[in-house]
Ligand binder design. Structure first.
Ligand code: NDP
Length: 490
């Protein structure tokens, strides 16, 4: 049994309460680790360490900060497989996916390391001769970073790389279900040469440890990935202290297939959008909008290919669909399958828990496809976060856009067409932060990612993301210091 404390000021320390929480392996069902159950006292200690480290870190030159982030990136590449295996043990997602994520996350640290000394203020050409006015970007202070269980280290990289490059210190709170990889990651900062206290991690329950972090007066900004309900709650809490927030929330993304699409590519794209990662991804293409002329043939081919997916051990490179990460999530998926049936959708594939070969008797759901779905049904409007696809027919381009946008979320969308004009028109008309044309589930360190509507606030990745962790100062220097009239604005 592995036991993890909190990582504060460069050391693993026991939680003040002495209490721990169990963490299970979603595939075997075994409790394999214990994590600290932290409370306000632990959050206070972590925030104090980060606050003490902040002045020196903020005045470290951006070039030096960038070099440290590059050191870290090299160490991450060395440790990627080990970290990926820990994530699989904790969240049950496929080793092919998690090791890929823990490898590619190095690129976020490298990119923002490179960006650190390229954030430039400007000299403002004022309409007065004797005053120099320039802007500079300054770090915010100690930021609180809260991540979801589905991709703990990659979601952390999207926040932490930008925050550190900008000169902030951080206190991290991973999900109680998947904290181990974050704790294993922390000592790598020391090896890379980061001063103690710049990066800290506390673990525990969301409404206890997470809330204490949100409410701490010395945490000056929050960046959160999780559900829209928790995101809304955090936004309200942060508003009491006027803290800025970056929110990466849920989605109900349309994956739109036109009759002129490359049929086989579209089938693969829709499958990748919903059954990869067992559907536990914010960008899941959980609504397949399929043009009516190809609807039946498309559903037939989709269920044929998806039906061949290998279900089982996430540590095997041959597995396509693994277990569901948490018990509450498992129950939620089964609940939504019932809701879809009760609302009149037709289940043409799956529709139950999976107990067949490879299931190990644990939390498996059959890849599930519903047809006869209308966009007003709950299965089309609410995020399931599991391998459950709703197929909705449409007739015209206008109708596809209308259905695609008729949703509270706006994280992503897929468009499958060979018609370049249509690709551009539909991409422009969709109200969401990312549109993929003839591909799906692609992200990159240098491309902005974030949501419209209830899918979030702010952007991660890409050049603009570093501004989420900076504030602008305007400096005025009068060359002629005589004060003509002190009672009027200058
Ligand atoms: P939750 O919203 O339940 O939790 C997210 C994080 O917030 C966890 O670390 C959780 O801790 C913590 N938390 C819960 N309550 C509080 C609180 N009161 N104060 C502070 N922190 C709190 O989401 P899930 O973990 O269930 O993740 C799934 C959701 O995340 C889905 O809706 C999905 O769409 C979304 N998501 C969005 C992504 C994006 O980039 N847009 C990417 C990945 C997921 P604990 O787990 O310990 O309760």
């Amino acid at each position: 049994m592995q036991t993890y404390g909190n990582y504060i000021n460069g050391h693993m320390v026991e939680p003040v309460s002495g209490e721990y929480l169990d963490s299970d392996n979603p595939y075997t069902g075994e409790i394999w680790a214990q994590i600290a159950r932290s409370n306000v006292a632990d959050v206070n200690a972590a925030t104090a360490a980060a606050s003490a480290a902040f002045p020196a870190w903020a005045s470290t030159t951006p070039t030096t900060r960038g070099k440290l982030l590059n050191n870290l990136a090299a160490i991450i590449e060395r440790e990627a497989l080990r970290l990926g295996e820990i994530e699989v043990r904790d969240n049950g997602k496929l080793i092919a996916e998690m090791a890929g994520q823990t490898t590619v996350m190095a690129e976020w640290y490298r990119y923002f390391g490179g960006l650190a000394d390229k954030v430039e203020g400007s000299v403002i050409p004022l309409d007065r001769a004797s005053t120099l006015n320039y802007t500079r970007y300054e770090p915010l202070g100690v930021v609180g970073l809260i991540t979801a269980w589905n991709s703990p280290l990659l979601l952390l990289a999207w926040k932490l790389a930008a925050a550190l490059a900008a000169g902030n210190c951080a206190v991290i709170k991973p999900s109680e279900f998947t904290s181990a990889s974050t704790l294993e990651f922390m000592p790598l900062f020391e090896e890379a040469g980061f001063p103690p206290g710049v990066v800290n991690a506390v673990t525990g329950l969301g409404n206890e440890c997470g809330q204490a972090l949100v409410d701490h007066p010395d945490i000056v900004k929050l960046a959160f990935t999780g559900s829209d309900a928790t995101g809304q709650h955090i936004y309200q809490s942060a508003a009491k202290q006027l803290k800025p927030v970056t929110l990466e929330l849920g989605g109900k993304s349309p994956n739109i297939v036109f009759e002129d699409a490359d049929f086989e590519s579209a089938v693969m794209g829709v499958i990748s959008g919903i059954f990869a990662a067992t559907g536990q991804t914010c960008i899941a293409g959980s609504r397949a909008l399929v043009q009516r002329s190809i609807h039946d043939a498309f559903v037939e081919r989709l269920t044929e290919v998806a039906g061949e997916a290998t279900i089982g051990d996430p540590m095997s490179m041959d597995t396509h669909v693994g277990p569901v990460t948490t018990e509450p999530q498992f129950q939620k998926i089964l609940h939504y399958i019932n809701v879809a049936r009760e609302d009149g959708a037709t289940c043409v594939m799956g529709g139950d828990l999976y107990t067949g070969p490879g299931s190990a008797g644990t939390r498996f759901v059959q890849p599930t496809v519903f047809t006869n779905v209308t966009n007003d049904m709950r299965i089309a409007q609410e995020e399931v976060f599991g391998p459950v696809l709703s197929v909705i027919p449409f007739d015209t381009e206008e109708e596809a856009i209308q259905i695609g946008n008729d949703i509270n979320f706006g994280l992503a969308a897929g468009v499958w067409t060979q018609n370049i004009g249509r690709a551009v028109r539909v991409s422009d008309a969709l109200r969401c932060g990312t549109v993929w044309v003839n591909t799906y589930r692609a992200v990159s360190f240098n491309s902005p990612f974030g949501g419209y509507k209830r899918s979030g606030l702010g952007r991660e990745s890409g050049q603009e993301a570093i501004k989420e962790y900076l504030q602008t100062k305007s400096v005025w220097i009068a060359q002629d210091s005589s004060v003509a009239n002190p009672f009027v604005m200058r």
